[in-house]
Ligand binder design. Sequence first.
Ligand code: GLN
Ligand code: ZN
Length: 784
Amino acid sequence: TLSFSSSSRSLLPFSIPTFSVRAMASHIVGYPRMGPKRELKFALESFWDGKSSAEELQKVAADLRSSIWKYMADVGIKFIPSNSFSYYDQILDATAMLGAVPARYGWNGGEIGFDIYFSMARGNASVPAMEMTKWFDTNYHYIVPELGPDVNFSYASHKAVDEYKEARSLGIDTVPVIIGPVSYLLLSKPAKGVEKSFPLLSLLDRILPVYKEVIGELKAAGASWIQFDEPKLVMDLQDHELQAFSQAYSELEASLSGLNVLVETYFADLTSEAYKTLTSLKGVSGFGFDLVRGTKTLDLIKGGYPSGKYLFAGVVDGRNIWANDLASSFSLLQDLEGIVGKDKVVVSTSCSLLHTAVDLANEPKFDKDLKSWLAFAAQKVIEVNALAKAFVGQRDEAFFSNNALAHSSRKSSPRVTNEAVQKAAAALKGSDHRRATNVSARLDAQQKKLNLPSLPTTTIGSFPQTMDLRRVRREYKAKKISEDDYVKAIKEEISKVVKLQEEFDIDVLVHGEPERNDMVEYFGEQLSGFAFTANGWVQSYGSRCVKPPIIYGDVSRPKAMTVFWSSMAQSMTQRPMKGMLTGPVTILNWSFVRNDQPRHETCYQIALAIKDEVEDLERAGINVIQIDEAALREGLPLRKSEHAFYLDWAVHSFRITNCGVKDTTQIHTHMCYSNFNDIIHSIIDMDADVITIENSRSDEKLLSVFREGVKYGAGIGPGVYDIHSPRIPSTEEIADRIKKMLAVLESHILWVNPDCGLKTRKYTEVKPALSNMVAAAKLLRAEL
Ligand code: GLN
Ligand code: ZN
């Protein structure tokens, strides 16, 4: 009475369920932790607010982990990562594992719990958080380990082993992922009080014993593979740093025996020295490469690959949201197979999927076409699996042919290609775009028109965004209030902000940006070629996520974007009102960018759209226009060899936006992050009339450039107080800082302004701070 399908592998029905078809050789480097609807974010924030218990948070986390593991197992992935989950950050997890808790958190040994862990991440009532910094060239931020000769390393968080066991109890054998020992040290900094020159790598001997303990426990728990992420290998490293890798893995070799070890790299290719070091590591069974960003990796592999070692081929892009080109990945994998042998190639993602959106299934508003062009993390898992299966002769023909169709539809779609834009952008190449008159003559012409006092005061753009304001925007978007009511509400807000600035006697005003919810999204929504997700969140740090727009087509500006609000604001005052725009490089760097043309071509297209806006503002009588390039510095490529090319097109794009304005129109730009010293010449080359820079946390650093003799003739406003903190700076304190600046910069080029926009602050903080700022400027003007 039992019937079997022709594909049944056994005549004994009771043996069937235990045997599932398993594709060979597929691997995922890491997976987003937040959950498809940001479940972890809400659980974390509720726990931090004291609204839910630790157990409730742990339950949400465990559910997320198990659903992710089960999903990958169901899809058919062979090497499923564990310990790629984190309550805050994977580097902080390693710091906890190593017991490297800075003394100020008062940890007394024992297993590190939420208390100490979240104090390190976020600070507590009495102690500030550890420093956070950008994770390579992504928008993710990690918690920087603070190390020195006095740290007592000890095995203090069993998270990696616990998660391995947890997955195992669900019937899923996983690959535990841990940051490799050398990258860990290279990602850390000398603790406070430790000399800046302290050799962090000298701690290798002291952290390896903890790694050995972890390895031992994982083996005992039944692990057969372990993944060490060593992304630092893609950077420009010195010989002694490369040697540390060889030394570390030689030292670990004995404890790793009996275990398969993957050393994973990502975000770029390796130098040939780094490649040699990596592929000769002792005790390692396989190496992972980013074959999307690592453009030279294939050549390195062709040049020689150690026999008998696995190659984890990262062909599915973990940094973007595009559907993989399966046909071309398949042929690349075939090439690799030819070099390293058939059973030695493992299909993988280019890096952790942490850096892409979670699941396309949660984008109901996308049309079928657009959807077919995209793949978020959940879809990328399926792509990896499909490639792996095709590799072992189980090609899903329908999946491959749909993918090919989607690619040709994307290529030929009129939504993607706009001939006129392509032509205009192509015409820019090779040419230079500069304002005709030099900056000092321009500043003179502008001063005649603007008639500003010395040490002019201004702000960076946004004013506090109140709950009311957010509600008005939300309701307008949801069509719950009429356009008229919306305009009225925003107009009232602008007028409030204008009056306030006049009261404080600020010289160059802003309208406060009340109509914007995000400085990139606001422009993306009005430009063609952009799409917006409903749930395409990517973790930025801790519980914070960003939702980058998707640039899928040629960019153009159907109509003016800011002129209405800016001229309304200008009409409310006699003082100059700054027009406020986001620059092309920042729009590019904070979006998911199309992968079917070089980044710089997309950037030039955005530059042309912003140029139109600049010229419209000028025509509408706006004499000061600020073009924010908050993210120009952070887009700097990882490898020095690529810096010059990036800076060249990035700075060129900026100049394109404003090369056509009159001498009397004053172009400002603003940059976040204080680390510019390495790109100061590019900043000068942007040729803005005035630049305002985030500076409050490192006066000395920025000013030292000028002290060392860099000639800077344009206006410059290094932020005089930190807007990231609720602290209200006193007049004296601000005056002191201006004095320090005056010691280095000539008084006629110095501007006085906060560090960045005031959007995240409260009026109770902004009012006294700005009033003190103007008072300080006046104090020093009197002394000039
Ligand atoms: N004009 C923007 C603002 O003030 C700049 C923000 C930024 O630099 N991140 O909000
Ligand atoms: Zn800023």
